[in-house]
Design a protein around this ligand. Structure first.
Ligand SMILES: Cc1cc2nc3c(=O)[nH]c(=O)nc-3n(C[C@H](O)[C@H](O)[C@H](O)COP(=O)(O)OP(=O)(O)OC[C@H]3O[C@@H](n4cnc5c(N)ncnc54)[C@H](O)[C@@H]3O)c2cc1C
Length: 619
């Protein structure tokens, strides 16, 4: 391993991932920690990294408290409703009460915001969304982070967290490698904020073969946000709550602006409103949740999936009416040009002009994330003024490993944060991390050279495996002594797809399938000891795959634990096809023992903090 130069960097706050949450954390860490050493490490380049790389057309989470458009309580109720009751209200409220200040900073920093000409307020796309010309969104927040950090490291993938050897269960930093130079990096840190995005490509995507790599969720989001904490024994929550998106077919173009701003609507191939048809059926499964307004996202998916299975597809978005208005037509196209250029290209290639043809929609493969209409992620402490004892252990957004914080997709239980809420959560985590240091909680952390050297051996092993094994290649890329990252990825995706509720089974699974998945995942883990990498890029692919596999194990364990179908339209437990509030009105929390690799799961109460607060005020 001598050929890979080792760089040591000691710091106070280490931010892993420079996406929305990571840039927010880096910015805020400097605000509270003027003299602290703050480092942000990013796998790509923070100017164009993460889910917002290509830009966005709307900021999906803005209260508008200054005009009394919404209050944080309203947002908590909205997220609770959308997630069929299962959210951490302390986290949601905490994000919502701070998110407007974040958006006002974006405005000050030069993000072009659309304004309502009559009122002068931000132009609303929907109740929570405001419209932006957001192609430059990511470079703008990146600039704030660059001005705040002591150093930003681009092109370094963090593969493992370091642990303190003096005090059990306390973090000590992180290690990784530079994908361009191959150099090894050791970041010894007093606190670590994991902000590494969600996970795509753990379930087999619809786009395979020539379209491989095309997914709705950022293809480079590989679940590091989950695998890093899981590997060191941090607790996770709601990992079964994977998300399935209804999107424009083949290009995965988002539908939000179309539904909300253009007022388009969906129909089946016969021009019928199919959602109504499935009302009784859905009521039978989930009870009164189907009567909630707005209809929870998963239940709308459910009607879509049922209608397609019943032969009513393809489902279409009716654009031909709205697009007759030249202004709306422009908005419809601009929406993609600033955010998902690929959708416009797909339409052009398929001769679809939405002014004359209603484009098809599809439901995506599942993704794991914590910031969209879903809430998978780490089990974190909430803020001291809101959280009940089960949800509070000292520092806001600290995981169950001391000194380890999370934000954005990393954090579970708090859905509907989106870009602005993730940046806000990064700020909250950084403020708490600085306080943790000021409170002298990070004193005398010991990370030995041996710990760092051991990780170095582990990280570069795939290069060695390839170098030795390539001599035995029998044909093309086939070798009896190693598997390549792409072979491993495709194997993972098939396991998840066919057994854990992917598109192959129309999102259906059951206990027997899940047990089989766990068995196959364990063998995959074993075989990943033999993954080979022919260069540094492939080494990154190898580690992405390992992180995806660990994340997948956690998702499968959670899916097996929750014996009900809480979110039809996201996935179905065929052996428990109904929502079961009597037994499962709770959050699920897991922990993987780092020594044995075994998961244990528990139920944790879900509290309706907002309404209880109001009840108390009224009495
Ligand atoms: C297709 C799509 C459309 C969306 N549309 C909207 C919208 O219209 N409006 C809106 O407000 N929100 C939207 N969102 C949501 C928003 O983008 C996310 O909520 C937000 O980006 C999450 O922030 P994050 O920091 O957790 O993840 P990200 O912003 O994805 O950042 C994660 C970062 O971590 C880095 N990273 C990953 N692994 C490692 C590692 N091992 N080492 C180092 N770095 C690593 C990644 O490269 C990335 O830069 C959309 C998301 C998607 C995917």
């Amino acid at each position: 391993m001598a050929k890979h130069k080792t760089h040591f960097e000691d710091c106070d706050v280490l931010v892993v991932g420079g996406g929305m949450a990571g840039t927010g954390a880096t910015f805020e860490a400097r605000h509270w920690g003027r003299d602290l050493k703050i480092i942000c490490v990013e796998k790509a380049n923070i100017d164009r990294s993460g889910a917002v790389a290509q830009g966005l057309y709307a900021i999906n989470c803005y209260m508008g408290m200054q005009w009394d458009e919404n209050q944080p309580e309203d947002h908590v109720r909205y997220a609770r409703n959308d997630l069929m009751g299962m959210v951490r209200e302390d986290l949601g409220y905490d994000m919502a009460r701070h998110v407007d200040s974040t958006v006002h900073m974006f405005d000050e920093w030069g993000l072009p915001m659309m304004k309502n000409e009559k009122t002068g307020r931000y132009l609303r796309e929907g109740k929570w969304q405001i419209m932006i010309h957001g192609e430059s969104f990511k470079p703008i927040v990146a600039e704030a982070a660059k001005k705040s950090a002591d150093k930003i490291y681009n092109r370094i993938m963090i593969t493992h967290l370091l642990m303190d050897e003096e005090k059990e269960n306390r973090v000590g930093g992180a290690v990784g490698f530079n994908m361009r130079t191959g150099d090894y990096y050791v970041f010894r840190a007093k606190t670590v904020i994991v902000a590494a995005g969600g996970a795509s490509h753990i379930f087999k995507p619809r786009a395979v073969g020539e379209g491989m790599g095309r997914t709705w969720y950022a293809p480079w989001s590989n679940g590091s946000a989950y695998a890093l904490p899981i590997a060191v024994g941090a607790k996770m929550t709601q990992m079964e709550n994977r998300i399935v998106l209804c999107r424009f077919k083949d290009g995965y173009g988002p539908v939000g602006a179309y539904f909300l701003h253009l007022k388009t609507y969906t129909q089946n191939a016969n021009g019928e409103n199919y959602e109504k048809k499935w009302y009784d059926h859905t009521k039978e499964m989930v009870g009164e949740y189907i009567d909630h307004h707005p209809t929870p996202t998963c239940l709308r998916n459910h009607a879509f999936i049922q209608e397609t299975m019943a032969g009513g597809g393809p489902i279409q978005m009716v654009t031909t009416e709205a697009f007759q208005d030249p202004h709306l037509e422009t908005v419809g196209w601009e929406n993609f040009l600033g955010m998902t250029v690929g959708q416009a290209v797909v339409w052009a290639s398929q001769n679809i002009d939405p002014k004359y043809t209603n484009p098809e929609l599809t439901t995506s493969e599942p993704y794991v994330m914590g910031s969209h209409a879903t809430c998978s992620g780490a089990w974190v402490s909430g803020p001291e003024d809101l959280s009940p004892p089960e949800y509070f252990w000292g520092y806001n957004r600290m995981l169950t490993v001391e000194g380890l914080f999370g934000a954005g997709d990393t954090v579970g239980g708090s859905a509907h944060k989106f870009s602005s809420g993730s940046f806000t959560e990064g700020r909250l985590a950084a403020k708490a991390a600085v306080k943790y240091i000021e409170d002298q909680k990070a004193k005398d952390i010991k990370v030995s050279d041996k710990q760092c050297e051991d990780f170095k051996d582990i990280i570069y092993k795939p290069l060695e495996t390839y170098t030795v094994g390539r001599n035995e290649i029998t044909g093309g890329t086939v070798s009896p002594s190693y598997i390549s990252p792409i072979q491993g990825l495709q194997r993972l995706q098939r396991i998840m797809d066919e057994y854990v509720g992917g598109i192959a089974t129309n999102y259906m699974t059951n206990e027997n399938m899940l047990k089989r998945a766990l068995e196959l995942l364990e063998w995959l883990q074993e075989d990943l000891e033999k993954v080979g990498a022919e260069d540094y890029h492939q080494l990154m692919r190898a580690w992405e795959l390992k992180h995806r596999t660990l994340t997948s194990q956690c998702v499968t364990e959670h899916t097996m634990f929750r014996k009900e179908t809480r979110w039809p339209g996201y996935y179905y437990r065929g052996d428990y096809l109904k929502l079961d509030d009597e037994n499962w009105h709770c959050l699920t929390v897991s922990r993987r023992d780092p020594k044995t690799g075994k998961f244990t799961l528990e139920k944790v109460p879900v509290y309706y903090i907002v309404d209880e607060k109001e009840k108390k005020k009224a009495s």
